[in-house]
Design a protein around this ligand. Structure first.
Ligand code: SF4
Ligand code: SF4
Length: 501
């Protein structure tokens, strides 16, 4: 047997004075880290299996546990750091592609943190959101440049189909299969209560969730899992997924062990068989092909549903978005490279794509320059972390944002980044029945409602501070933003002045 070169990343620190040997940690850990040794009447830990999901720490009744990152170091240098060396050891062991979950942990610039928001002083006074009317509602879809009325002032123009949202936040695409039924139920119920939308992802729509259709975006991806006429007509809008921020240019892979009975029925594939989504849609090789799919979907839904085209933020994203806006899409969704995922090749996740902030600024400007900005709404996602990120994204030109990782954190996710193993101890990224039961959809949806309501309140406060009383007035209002610590080129792409100017 070959030697395992990799030293455990985490150490389990158990305070023996506090530990009452209740074995709750042993029962809670799907990675089988904890065990009870009868002979010596003590708890033991297999640290090499620990992923630092914090489940045992949270549920230990006496606060006896701590998980700490090991301070054992290999002999690193500036080029060969611990993680780089471990990745080499791992690939030398298995010969396989390295897999990871969630967004990239790499230290690329986060431009949201280099952008500051304005506030009114003296002239143009601020607005108090608690005492004065503020509008957080948004409509996503094609906008007409001119409205026509008859002699009785009745509207003659036909308004293209829209998604109506009570606030400019939606839950991003996460498929049933990659996340659990209870996670999907939590998202669907919360979206309904908030008057926003959640997104099925590429895994089809579980029969039990058809009742939330008015708040559901149904996705059509390259694998076409679970796509049929009723599915297309069940939601408020249809999203064609061309790309995903965490893994631009490649397809998806849901391991067979996550394809249980109900997932298989929903996806319309056999139990236990790997669900592979190809990298391209095999019927799309041009904007003209995309147009055909958009109009096939519109035809199948009687032209009543807006169609979203989702792409990953990549180098020539503005030109791609311009093509999509001309293809008949109603909404473009752009996913930045810090976006989360259930599983992605590590090398792709950490090196391919661009930050959503730059992509958004470039796309909005290009569509304005080409005078087609009203032809599409723009929705962005890819690590929107708080209400200030939402405000900055809207001022850079977004109509609304998608949140994924933040929503999972509200459900209990502790970002252990091992969703691809299917052993999520928080009942989110798993199909194991005993684990799924740990997430109560009543509690999950309440926590999501709390999170988004709190963000919406903060958005109203920031808008009030700027003297702005509607999301529509904030949209693309780059005068409200200033850059800090950015190069002249970066400021030029963002179309904003430096702080102090
Ligand atoms: S859950 Fe806490 S108290 Fe119970 S056995 Fe584990 S460490 Fe000890
Ligand atoms: S969803 Fe679960 S497995 Fe995935 S990162 Fe969060 S806690 Fe870990």
């Amino acid at each position: 047997m070959s030697i395992n070169f990799i030293y455990p990343e985490y150490e389990v620190v158990r305070n023996e004075k506090r530990c009452i040997k209740c074995r709750a940690c042993e029962r809670q850990c799907a990675n089988e880290v904890h065990s009870y040794d009868q002979e010596f009447d003590c708890m033991e830990a297999q640290e090499s299996q620990c992923v630092d999901c914090q489940r045992c720490v949270t549920l230990c009744p006496t606060n006896a546990l701590k998980i700490v990152k090991t301070n054992n170091r290999y002999r690193e240098n500036a080029n060969w750091q611990q993680q780089t060396m471990e990745e080499i050891f791992r690939q030398a062991d298995t010969g396989g592609v390295l897999l990871s979950s969630m967004g990239t942990p790499k230290d690329y610039p986060n431009y949201f943190d280099k952008i500051l928001i304005n506030a009114s002083q003296v002239t143009n006074p601020p607005i108090d959101p608690l005492r004065e009317p503020m509008e957080s509602k948004v409509f996503l879809g094609k906008k007409l440049n001119k409205l026509e009325f008859d002699e009785n002032d009745e509207l003659l123009s036909e308004i293209p189909p829209q998604i109506e949202l009570e606030m400019p936040i939606m839950f991003s695409a996460m498929s049933y299969g990659s996340i659990s039924e209870n996670a999907h139920k939590s998202l669907a119920r919360a979206a309904t209560e908030l008057g926003i939308c959640y997104n099925t992802g590429e895994g089809g729509l579980n029969q039990d969730l058809y009742q939330y259709g008015a708040n559901t975006i149904v996705q059509v991806a390259s694998g076409r899992f679970g796509v049929h006429r009723d599915y297309l007509n069940a939601g408020a809008a249809i999203e064609i997924k061309m790309g995903q921020g965490a893994k631009p240019g490649i397809g998806g892979h849901l391991p067979g062990k996550k394809i249980q009975e109900k997932v298989s029925r929903t996806r319309m594939i056999p139990v236990g068989v790997d669900a592979i989504s190809p990298a391209p849609h095999h019927d799309i090789y041009s904007i003209e092909d995309l147009r055909q799919l958009i109009f096939s979907l519109k035809e199948a839904t009687n032209y009543k549903k807006p169609v979203i085209v989702k792409i990953a933020a990549v180098h020539n994203v503005a030109a791609i978005a311009s093509g999509i806006a001309r293809s008949g899409a109603d909404i473009i969704s752009i996913d930045g490279f810090r976006g989360g995922t259930g599983a992605a090749p590590t090398r792709i996740r950490d090196n391919v794509g661009i930050p959503i902030e730059l992509a958004l600024a470039a796309v909005d400007q290009r569509l304005r320059d080409e005078k087609i900005r009203n032809d599409v709404s723009i929705v962005v996602g890819g690590s929107i972390r708080n209400s200030a990120d939402v405000v900055k994204a809207i001022a850079l030109g977004a109509d609304a944002v998608y949140i994924g990782t933040a929503a999972l954190l509200a459900l209990g996710c502790h970002l252990c980044r091992t969703c691809h193993t299917g052993k999520c101890n928080w009942g989110i990224a798993t199909q194991r029945e005993d684990l799924v039961k740990r997430l109560n959809p009543d509690i999950g949806s309440r926590r999501l409602v709390n999170l988004v309501s709190a963000w919406n309140h903060e958005i109203m406060e920031m808008m009030g501070g700027m003297g702005i009383n509607s999301i529509e007035a904030l949209k693309g209002n780059r005068l409200m933003l200033r850059g800090i610590g950015m190069s002249a080129k970066e400021l030029e792409i963002f179309g904003i002045a430096h702080a102090g100017e």
